[in-house]
Design a protein around this ligand. Structure first.
Ligand code: LLP
Length: 419
C-alpha cells in the first residue's frame, strides 16, 4: 500500500497532511515515508532470506543521512561511488565492512581513504584503475579485496542514458578481456581478485536482461576458477525498476529466484546494489502552483518547483504522476495542462499536455515516485536554494535537510581583491 494517500480529502504522507509540512517548511520540498523505506528494504531482505546475500543500498539514489540511517538500522550495507558517499554511509551508521566502492574513475586519494577504513570490496572498471588500486594498497601495506566489473554486452532495454551494459558504454571491462585482467590482478601485490561484478542499467522492468547478464557472470566465474582464481563472491549490481506509470516491474521473489537459478550453484556470496527500488516510491516532491497561464494553444501550470529540483523529466523525459494535494471531486473533468517550472529554459517542463483535474493558483501538487534520483540530482541553477527534505514517521515529521538561505549559497564565493 502506498504511504501517500488521500485521507479526508487531503493527500497525506503516512498520517501527516502535506499542507501541514508545507506550512512549516515552505515549498517546494521533498517528503519521504519511513514506512515505505522500511517495507521496501524488508521486501528485499525477505526475498533473499536464506541466501548468502548482502543488500548494499546504492547511495546515489538518495544519500540523505536520515534515509541511509533508516535503511542501515535494518541491516543494509552501502554501495558508494565517491568518498563523499563513503563518508555519508559511515556517518549514517553503515559499518565499513559492509561498504562496496563502485565507480568508473576512482582517484588514488579516494582509494587510499577507502582502504584505510577497511571497506568490504572495491570494484574496478579498467586495467589502469586496477593497477592504481594495487599501487595504493601496496603502499599502505594492505591487500584490497577486489571485483572487476565486467561489461556483459547486454541490452538492458531501458532509457539510453541509464543503460550501462552495452559494449559502447564506458562501464566495466569487456567480457573478452576479463580473463586477462584477472590474470594481471593475480600478479599484482595490492589486490586480491575475489569477486566478479556487473551492473547493466537502471529502471529495468524485464528480467530477461538480468538473466543474460547473470548467466555470463556465472560462466566467467567458472572460467576464472579454471584459471586458478579463488572467486568467492559475485556482485550483481542494482537496476530493478519501479512503477512510475503503471509499469509492472518483476517481483522480488522472481528476481531472487533468478539470482538463485543463475548463480546459486557457484557457492559465492552475493552482493546486490539496489537504489531506486528501495527509495523511489518512498518519496514525493511537493510544489505550489504559482500561476495558471492560458495560452492560445496550451494552458500552463507554473509551479514553484523547477528542473533544478527534479531533473528527471527534462533529462530522461521521465514521467512522474502529478496529484493535487486537495483531492479532486470524483467526477472532476480533466484538462490537458503543460506543467512547468519558473527556470528560463524550455526544458524546464515536468509534463506536456497532462490530463489533470482542475488545479488553481496557490494549490499544492505532489510529484510521486520522486524518492530516487530526485533531491540528489538537484542543483542551485538560477540561484534557487535546494529544496528541503522531510522525513515522515507515522504522525510525526522532521526536517532532514533544511532549505539554505541565499546568503548561505553566496557564502562560499569570494570577490577577488582586484575587484
Ligand atoms: N550499482 C551501480 C554500479 C550503479 O551504477 C547503479 C546506478 C546502481 C547500483 C543502482 O541502480 P538502481 O537500483 O538505482 O537502478 N539518474 C538516473 C539513474 C542512474 C543510475 C545510475 N547507476 C535516473 O534518474 O533514472
Amino acid at each position: 500500500m502506498s504511504a501517500f494517500t488521500y485521507r479526508n480529502g487531503v493527500l497525506h504522507a503516512e498520517s501527516v497532511p502535506l499542507p501541514a509540512i508545507a506550512e512549516r517548511v515552505g515549498t517546494p520540498f521533498y517528503c519521504y515515508s519511513t514506512a515505505a523505506l522500511e517495507s521496501a528494504y524488508r521486501a528485499y531482505a525477505d526475498a533473499f532470506a536464506g541466501m548468502d546475500a548482502s543488500i548494499c543500498y546504492a547511495l546515489k539514489a538518495n544519500s540523505n543521512l536520515a534515509v541511509i540511517r533508516t535503511l542501515a538500522r535494518l541491516g543494509a550495507g552501502a554501495d558508494v561511488v565517491s568518498v563523499g558517499e563513503l563518508k555519508r554511509a559511515l556517518a549514517a551508521g553503515v559499518p565499513a565492512s559492509r561498504i562496496v566502492f563502485s565507480g568508473v574513475g576512482k582517484t588514488r586519494a579516494e582509494m587510499r581513504t577507502a582502504l584505510g577504513l577497511g571497506i568490504y570490496q572495491t570494484n574496478v572498471e579498467s586495467l589502469p584503475e586496477l593497477e592504481a588500486l594495487s599501487e595504493v594498497a601496496a603502499s599502505m601495506g594492505v591487500v584490497a579485496d577486489t571485483a572487476v566489473r565486467v561489461n556483459p554486452d547486454v541490452d538492458a532495454l531501458t532509457h539510453a542514458k541509464i543503460s550501462t551494459g552495452r559494449k559502447e558504454n564506458k562501464f566495466g571491462v569487456d567480457m573478452e578481456l576479463a580473463r586477462s585482467v584477472y590474470a594481471r590482478a593475480a600478479s599484482l601485490p595490492g589486490v586480491r581478485p575475489v569477486s566478479v561484478a556487473v551492473h547493466i542499467g537502471s529502471q529495468l522492468t524485464d528480467l530477461a536482461p538480468f538473466r543474460s547478464a547473470f548467466e555470463r557472470v556465472a560462466a566467467l566465474v567458472l572460467a576464472l576458477r579454471e584459471d586458478g582464481h579463488d572467486i568467492r563472491r559475485v556482485d550483481l549490481g542494482g537496476g530493478l525498476g519501479i512503477s512510475y506509470r503503471g509499469e509492472v516491474p518483476p517481483s522480488l521473489a522472481d528476481y531472487a529466484e533468478l539470482v538463485r537459478a543463475t548463480t546459486g550453484g557457484l557457492g559465492c556470496h552475493v552482493t546486490l546494489e539496489p537504489g531506486r527500488s528501495l527509495v523511489g516510491n518512498a518519496g514525493i516532491l511537493v510544489a505550489r502552483t504559482v500561476y495558471r497561464k492560458a495560452g492560445v494553444h496550451r494552458n500552463f501550470l507554473i509551479l514553484d518547483a523547477a528542473m533544478n529540483d527534479l531533473i528527471r523529466p527534462s533529462l530522461y523525459d521521465a514521467w512522474h504522476t502529478i496529484l493535487p494535494v486537495d483531492e479532486p471531486a470524483r467526477d472532476a473533468a480533466e484538462e490537458p495542462m503543460d506543467v512547468v517550472g519558473p527556470v528560463c529554459e524550455s526544458g524546464d517542463t515536468f509534463a506536456v499536455q497532462r490530463a489533470l483535474p482542475p488545479i488553481g493558483a496557490g494549490d499544492l501538487v505532489a510529484f510521486l515516485s520522486a524518492g530516487a534520483y530526485g533531491a540528489v540530482m538537484s542543483s542551485t541553477y538560477n540561484s534557487r536554494p535546494l529544496a528541503p527534505e522531510v522525513l515522515v514517521n507515522g504522525s510525526e515529521f522532521a526536517v532532514i535537510r533544511k532549505r539554505p538561505t541565499i546568503e548561505e549559497l553566496m557564502a562560499a564565493e569570494e570577490v577577488p581583491a582586484w575587484l
